[in-house]
Design a protein around this ligand. Structure first.
Ligand code: FAD
Ligand code: NAI
Length: 467
């Protein structure tokens, strides 16, 4: 048995690996157990990174196909090389996962390749691929085991024709027709990839709108833009079954409340109705930790119901986002080391990496209305932004919501080019509890898209310089 650890972390996703690295930096004797052969979790291996690599490449392809001639760039032939597109994606994944392994070494984190199971409050058993086991003794345990795809009853994922996001990132050819079950983040991002590469894409969504949780004004605008791009939505409907025929899939749908059965043909069906915490075989019963109705482990400043066992990332409550997991990992390590780690949940941005990008931070307008808060709104369209006009990227707007009395920024929402980068300024503003006037009075370079952010803040003050 190895010497006793200060902390053993189970799972090496963004939550686990950031926790391990910070714990190592703080001088804690740290181990991290990961059952995959590579580090980085869902995010680096089959999530954020490969999906963004495919989104970037497919956007370049569509821009070349549709827009280059407008910029005066003509060429003779454009050909999709899907094999190379997958290869560049794999290169990005490999580089980043190896980077995490390097950081583990640098920060003296012991890496165990195997499945971790909590045996007692101070012992974690690791079983490697050959079935060999060893037990690690530790003062603290951090659960960072992430999440898995929520299954759709009656529809079995084979990762070839009926796929989750993992299979959808590896399709060897562009499907003629793809059906997405769920118009959430995964559906719209991966649906965009395959539509750009030539697939006809239809979306079956239970609710009456896409991207639930987003400020409704953005969700409405997003729907319009996706429809313009060729996505076909079937709202307030659900998929009840998928029959595998020799060359086609027969997809049966019904109204959300039942009835009105219809069928559609497809080559590929992507099931993307959400993710659920992954705690299978973790041994929670050995220490009396319970999960809620949705499989989540509750936490109080990352502590579970057992004092020295902590939980972070997708396995606990809150948004299932890599940067949320990362921040929790760092704060958790700091608390274990006796410091005052903290996460400000009001300042965690959300980004959907479609074209245009969609981003938000803080409260939505619906939340402020529900809370009965008095607020002011400032809005600015990219149509009136000089850089947007210069680049012919004029779709979307910036919207800032500020307290009517104090002017403090409570929420910010952007749909438009590079929204995912632009939102960082407003996350910082919320973190610093800035007033809208602070952003409005900050000099922004010209001509940049960020001037639209400033103009929206000026709009809150009532002095926007609209074109
Ligand atoms: P995970 O990343 O899931 O890592 C958990 C790790 O624990 C896994 O590697 C697993 O193998 C390991 N594990 C589980 N059980 C055990 C065990 N018993 N023993 C040992 N190891 C174990 N989020 C964003 O913020 N931005 C994005 O652009 C984005 N894109 C995404 C795209 C897709 C297609 C998907 C599926 C997700 C995306 N996400 C994105 C969400 C993001 O991936 C997750 O929120 C994030 O990975 C959660 O981190 P985590 O550390 O909690 O868990
Ligand atoms: P999601 O929660 O974003 O969307 C699921 C959608 O499916 C919802 O609109 C829901 O109403 C719908 N739905 C549920 N049951 C249904 C049914 N039976 N029939 C039809 N529709 C149904 O979940 P998604 O897209 O699977 O993503 C999972 C998680 O991964 C997200 O919560 C997100 O946190 C994370 N993620 C983040 C990304 C980012 O930050 N850019 C990218 C991809 C994933």
């Amino acid at each position: 048995m190895a010497d006793e650890y200060d902390v053993v972390i189970i799972g090496a996703g963004p939550g686990g690996y950031n926790c391990a690295i910070r714990a190592g930096q703080l001088g804690l004797k740290t181990a991290c157990i990961e059952k995959r052969d590579t580090l980085g979790g869902t995010c680096l291996n089959v999530g954020c990174i490969p999906s963004k690599a495919m989104l970037h490449a497919s956007e370049l392809y569509e821009t070349a196909r549709k827009d280059f001639s407008h910029y005066g760039i003509d060429f003779d032939q454009l050909k999709l090389n899907l094999e190379q597109m997958h290869k560049q994606k794999a290169e990005a994944v490999e580089g980043l996962t190896k980077g995490v392994a390097g950081l583990f070494k640098k920060n003296k984190v012991d890496r165990y390749n195997g499945t971790g199971r909590i045996k007692s409050k101070t012992e974690v058993e690791v079983t490697d691929a050959d079935g060999k086991t060893q037990t690690l003794k530790t003062k603290n345990i951090v659960i960072a085991t992430g999440s898995e795809v929520t299954p759709l009853p009656g529809v079995e994922i084979d990762e070839e024709r009926i796929v989750s996001s993992t299979g959808a990132l590896e399709l060897k050819q562009v499907p003629k027709k793809m059906i997405l079950v769920g118009a959430g983040v995964i559906g719209l991002e991966l649906g965009s990839v395959w539509r750009r590469l030539g697939a006809e894409v239809e979306v079956v969504e239970f609710l009456d709108h896409c991207l639930p949780g987003l400020d409704k004004e953005l969700s409405r605008q997003a729907r319009r833009l996706f429809e313009k791009q060729g996505l076909k939505f079937h709202f307030e409907r659900k998929v009840t079954g998928v029959e595998k025929l020799k060359t086609k899939l027969k997809v049966t749908t019904e109204k959300a409340e039942g009835g009105d059965e219809q069928t559609m043909d497809a080559d590929v069906v992507l099931v993307c109705i959400g993710r659920r915490p992954y705690t299978e075989g973790l041994g929670l019963e050995n220490v009396g930790i319970e999960t809620d109705r949705r499989g989540r482990i509750a936490n109080d400043h990352f502590r579970t119901s057992v004092e020295n066992i902590w939980v972070i990332g997708d396995t606990t409550t809150g948004a299932m986002l890599a940067h949320k997991a990362e921040d929790e990992g760092v704060a958790c390590a700091e608390l274990i080391a006796g410091k005052s780690g903290h996460v400000n949940y009001d300042a965690i941005p959300t980004v959907v990496y479609t074209y245009p990008e969609i981003a938000g931070v803080g409260a939505t307008e619906e939340q402020l209305k529900d809370e009965g808060r008095d607020y002011k709104t400032g809005k600015f369209p990219f149509q009136a932004n000089s850089r947007g006009r210069t680049n012919h990227q004029t779709e979307g707007f910036v919207k800032i919501l500020a307290d009517a009395r104090t002017d403090e920024i409570l929420g910010a929402h952007i749909i438009g080019p590079h929204a995912g980068e632009l939102i960082a300024e407003l996350a910082l503003a919320i973190e610093f509890r800035a007033a809208s006037e602070d952003v409005a009075r900050t000099c922004h370079a010209h001509p940049t898209l960020s001037e639209a952010v400033r103009q929206a803040a000026m709009g809150v003050e009532g002095w926007t310089m609209q074109m």
